[in-house]
Design a protein. Structure first.
Length: 133
């Protein structure tokens, strides 16, 4: 535990993931729009890469590049996302044309998937976070 400046105890873990990715996408603009619809916040970008922020400060890094040589048309991302209200995000993803899969119950989570413009499959789970993250 760490102590904050006002002497209250901060019980959050002391470390977090700084960056996830990079995910390769053919064009940055459609991929940025896709992830913004999921609830990420654009924070930085240029012609070659973009960074979008998740809760807790982690940045998802997108890189513009050729995706045809990366294997199957749709690849599972090397991470998953977690949200407090899975049904609400599923509804927003559906309403904004992100074509989410049906919500299914897995071992520890309910979840669904979406596929970004680069063919990266993103699995989204309901939360079991303890305390503030």
């Amino acid at each position: 535990m760490t102590t904050s400046t006002n002497d209250s105890v901060d019980e959050r873990p002391a470390v977090w993931i700084g960056h996830a990715g990079p995910l390769v996408v053919p064009e940055l603009a459609p991929a940025i729009a896709f992830y913004e619809k999921l609830g990420l916040r654009w924070i930085h970008g240029n012609d070659e890469l973009a960074a979008l922020q998740l809760r807790g400060g982690t940045h998802l890094v997108l890189v513009a590049g050729e995706t045809s040589g990366l294997g199957e048309a749709s690849r599972e991302a090397p991470f998953d996302l977690m949200v407090d209200d899975l049904e609400s995000l599923w509804g927003r993803a559906d309403a904004t044309g992100l074509d989410p899969t049906s919500i299914e119950q897995a071992r520890a989570h309910a979840r669904f998937e979406v596929t970004d413009p680069g063919g990266n499959r993103i699995r989204i789970h309901d939360s079991h976070v303890v305390g503030l993250a």
